[in-house]
Design a protein around this ligand. Structure first.
Ligand code: 3PG
Length: 306
């Protein structure tokens, strides 16, 4: 069994060692394709692989069709908008993710970005503190829960909106549940986005929603760039000089944003949310174990496609 680990953005060394160890113990072969620059390299490397582990790498129809021996592909991470589930099903490939494994890493970065933003990108001007501020957590999944846990340490007032959870489920953890996305944005000066990119959520963070945020608003995005309406956030930030936006995912209009909103806009040079040794190890080893358990025992837990 050949398992391709295709990571344009590589895992930490201890994670790759851990993945190799799991696969060695199962009698599987680990083949690493890291920092590749051309899609053809991925198409070539996957041609004889039985399984694959990947991150934000694009596993579209072309890639899944090229993997003639593929039985399973595992996204080492939570978001799976980069894998074509219909193409996986059509090719009889099981597609999985590893939910929760990198959630703490992403949540910690939220606060790195938050402090950087409220301290004016460290430009020397007097900033503000997080203590006592209202934080809105937009979707209360694995990352959102970790954000709430850390926010308690900062002494923030925490609100969350999640259409898939009951008020009781959210409030059991000392977080105030709000009834609508509009209520979350109109209540909270700081909002952290944790929604996936789906047909429903794409472009949903728009002018109308953001304009509801209180004065000195801060929007933090460690989720996906596609959920933001890029043209409308430009207009909003033109209209509101008090609005700051920090994102871990470079938007399509990054150059325009950086030029127009210097001092109140930041994007990570490379997506860093899940990029810790711990998260890499958790997600990478979970992916390797899921592959072994699927091949050897037929375990389909975390399967995403039909
Ligand atoms: C996820 O969905 O788990 C994160 O966005 C991590 O993405 P990455 O593996 O590309 O860092």
């Amino acid at each position: 069994m050949k398992v391709l680990i295709a990571t344009e953005k590589p895992f930490a060394a201890e994670a790759t060692a851990g993945i190799k160890n799991v696969l060695d113990n199962a009698g599987f072969e680990a083949a690493f394709l890291e920092k590749y620059t051309d899609k053809q390299q991925l198409l070539d490397a996957i041609a004889d692989a039985d399984a694959a582990i990947f991150r934000s790498d694009i596993f579209d129809k072309a890639v899944l069709d090229a993997g003639k021996n593929l039985k399973i592909v595992v996204r080492a991470g939570a978001g799976f908008d980069n894998v074509d589930l219909d193409a996986a099903t059509a090719n009889n490939i099981c597609a999985m993710n590893t939910p929760g494994q990198n959630a703490n890493a992403v949540a910690e970065l939220v606060f790195g970005l938050a402090v950087y933003a409220v301290r004016n990108l460290f430009n020397g001007a007097s900033g503000t503190e997080l203590l006592g501020k209202k934080l809105g957590i937009h979707a209360y999944g694995n990352v959102g829960r970790n954000v709430a846990r850390i926010a308690k340490g900062f002494g923030m007032e925490i609100y969350a909106y999640d259409p898939f959870l009951t008020k009781e489920q959210i409030e059991a953890e000392g977080v105030k549940a709000v009834g609508s996305v509009e209520e979350l944005y109109s209540t909270c000066q700081i909002v952290s986005i944790h929604i996936p990119a789906t047909a429903e959520t794409k472009n949903s963070i728009n002018y109308a929603l953001l304009s509801k945020m209180p004065k000195k608003a801060l929007l933090i995005n460690t989720a996906r760039k596609e959920v933001i309406n890029e043209a409308e956030i430009v207009k909003l930030m033109e209209d509101r000089a008090d609005f700051k936006y920090v994102t871990d995912i470079k938007p399509g209009n990054d150059a325009e944003m950086a030029e127009k909103f210097a001092g109140r806009y930041f994007s990570s040079p490379k997506k860093m949310g899940a990029q810790t040794a711990e998260a890499n190890t958790n997600a990478g080893i979970a992916a390797a174990n899921q592959i072994v358990d699927f091949i050897k025992n037929g375990n389909e837990r975390f399967r995403l496609n039909k």
